[in-house]
Design a protein around this ligand. Structure first.
Ligand SMILES: C[S@@+](CC[C@H](N)C(=O)[O-])C[C@H]1O[C@@H](n2cnc3c(N)ncnc32)[C@H](O)[C@@H]1O
Length: 274
């Protein structure tokens, strides 16, 4: 099987389409992570930025406000189509459909950036070694990825409710490609140093994820993300409806603050010299 074939299928199928439909909601939800990442990245005017797993292009667009050239790379046709649409008129922003683990990048980027786009590689060590080849001399890496599911209420709460309502699942391996694949900081450090990165920084970012204004919106969002969404993708509409009702009910006891129900999110902010 082709490397990363499972992820290429996943992000070009219904899950990719769901991210397209929910782009505005997702970008608003992830505002804390985005702000943390951009502060870490400290993009300087004129820099060349590679946005890895750029999806629908939020961080590419934000980087393009300062950078001299931004290239977003992704494997998802539907997300890239939306990213290109959002970038109309931005001359120094372009998108490439390619697998970042294998693409022959020009060695010209000052910053290798990613918001939640680098946890999906079959062979993360080889993928990060390839990504490193995209850096210009003195280039740097800055990305944000998830800490463990248990620390992320937005993922742990709905999954805890969903689990008894779904057919049994095999035990989850936290290191398989997926949102939480880089959650172990020792493993993450080993992958990056093995790939040739140095001066590796792994710091905590704690924030909130905005889940929506109502329990109904929060229920939809919580079942569209993370381990609950991935598990539900395996089951039929009856199971999905049952889980959605239960998760929505759980959100009825959550306070609405400044018009939003929120859940705790927990990320790693990762930096390194390439
Ligand atoms: C969780 S989404 C994040 C998207 C975007 N960075 C954002 O924050 O909205 C993960 C993204 O990584 C992309 N991706 C997964 N594996 C990839 C690979 N091997 N090469 C390039 N992109 C990849 C997916 O297609 C998807 O767009």
């Amino acid at each position: 099987m082709t490397a990363n074939a499972g992820q290429i299928e996943y992000w070009n199928g219904p899950s990719g389409e769901k991210w397209v439909r929910n782009q505005a909601i997702m970008d608003a939800s992830l505002a804390d992570a985005t702000a943390g990442l951009l502060a870490l990245a400290a993009i300087r005017p004129g820099e060349r930025v590679l946005d890895i797993g750029c999806g629908s292009g939020e961080t590419s667009l934000l980087a393009a406000r300062t950078a001299g050239q931004v290239t977003g790379v992704d494997i998802s046709k539907p997300l890239l189509a939306l990213a290109r649409h959002r970038a109309e008129g931005v001359a120094h922003l372009r998108y490439v459909e390619a697998d970042a683990a294998h693409h022959a990048f020009a060695q010209e980027h000052n910053l290798l950036l990613s918001r939640f786009g680098v946890m999906f590689f079959d062979d993360p060590a080889a993928a990060f070694a390839n990504i490193r080849t995209a850096a210009a001399r003195g280039g740097r890496l800055a990305f944000v990825c998830w800490r463990a599911v248990a620390e992320n209420e937005y993922a742990a709460m709905p999954f805890g409710i969903a689990k008894p309502l779904m057919p049994p699942l095999p035990p989850a391996d936290p290191n398989v490609p997926g949102p939480f694949a880089l959650s172990d900081p020792d493993r993450l450090r080993g992958i990056l140093s093995g790939a040739g990165f140095s001066t590796i920084g792994i710091g905590k970012l704690d924030g909130v994820m905005r889940m929506g204004a109502t329990a109904e919106q929060a229920g939809i969002q919580a079942t569209s993300l993370g381990p609950t969404a991935r598990a539900l993708a395996k089951f039929d509409d009856v199971v999905r409806a049952r889980v959605l009702v239960a998760v929505t009910d759980a959100f009825r006891s959550y306070p609405v603050t400044d018009g939003q129900i929120t859940c705790r999110l927990a990320c790693w902010l990762v930096s390194a010299k390439a």
